[in-house]
Write a protein that binds this ligand. Structure first.
Ligand code: B12
Length: 233
């Protein structure tokens, strides 16, 4: 990899037209913890690619409209690959995607990369975007010369949250500090109340968090993710 100092800027410029951004770097060095690059080598570092708020949504929906098959059965994953694979090639990186098995530890990488920590819901909380952010890919590099300190580290907002409304608002009682009860969540989503509530406007527990509330996904994006939640795993 060349010119590591300018990598954040160059990646930011390549990703911005797609509503995506580099989300920090997890540096493994030669500790063998990096993902397998498929050529006998393990990555020295991964740069996470994602979004805060709904920046990707209009770009993704416009792309989907242009596809004869509307993006297929997993259109957001298909779009992520269509957009990120050429960028990975241009940066001589190997792209990993969060929904591709075997699942790569995106959340562990994000914790290392950005200093993010888990909210009581299990998803990582960002001090600016709250629970309204996600990862669409990771770019793995075989060698890494840049310093991780060139990338931002974050504070953990849940530490100062006494009330923790995310734990008390779920209409299905599916969330607790130590587990997310997926069957309970899904069974509520299949009721009329679930269809009129979480399925329409998004997960009520997630919406209860005051951090980054202004970045909450719009209804179309929220509905898309809720529908995905009813059919995944
Ligand atoms: C499988 C999966 C699920 C399963 C969870 C099954 C289970 N009980 O583990 C289901 C389908 C239920 C799910 C739901 C959701 N998920 Co999910 N999921 C994944 C996926 C594809 C793999 C997780 C995994 O096994 N990783 C492999 C291990 C080795 O990686 P890891 O980093 O060590 O794993 C951590 C997680 O597994 C976490 N964890 C353990 N149990 C659970 C349970 C839940 C609900 C979550 C979110 C995390 C979590 O703890 C591990 C410790 O760090 C990841 C993507 C990825 N590759 O990680 C997304 C991912 C974790 N999910 C994500 C999201 C956003 C959600 C939803 C909010 C999406 C939605 N449609 O609403 C919901 C959560 C709803 C809620 N109220 O909390 C995001 C989290 C982003 C963030 N801010 O942290 C990820 C990273 C996907 C992405 N593209 O960004 N998810």
């Amino acid at each position: 990899m060349s010119d590591p100092d300018d990598l954040p800027g160059r990646l930011r410029a390549a990703l911005a037209p797609h509503g995506l951004a580099p989300r920090g770097v997890s540096v493994f060095g030669d500790d063998g913890q990096g993902p397998d690059l498929g050529n006998g080598l393990r990555a020295a570092a991964v740069v996470l690619v994602g979004h805060g708020g709904g920046t990707l949504w209009p770009v993704f929906r416009a792309w989907q409209e242009r596809q004869a098959d509307h993006g297929g059965s997993d259109p957001l994953d298909a779009w992520s690959k269509a957009v990120v694979a050429p960028i990975a090639a241009a940066f001589s990186a190997t792209a990993f995607f969060p929904s591709d098995p075997p699942y790569q530890p995106f959340q562990q990488w994000a914790m290392r990369a950005e200093g993010l920590r888990a909210s009581p819901l299990g998803i990582l909380i960002d001090p600016v975007y709250g629970l309204w952010h996600g990862f669409r890919a990771a770019l793995a590099f075989a060698t890494w010369e840049g310093a991780a300190s060139a990338w931002p580290q974050q504070l953990h907002p849940c530490e100062n949250c006494i009330e923790k409304p995310c734990l008390t608002r779920c209409p299905a009682d599916a969330v607790s500090i130590d587990r997310f009860d997926v069957p309970a969540c899904r069974s509520h989503l299949s009721t009329d109340a679930g269809a009129a509530g979480c399925m329409q406007s998004g997960c009520v527990a997630r919406l209860a968090c005051p951090v980054g509330a202004g970045y909450a996904y719009g209804h179309d994006q929220a509905r898309f993710h809720m529908r995905a939640l009813t059919r995944l795993i």
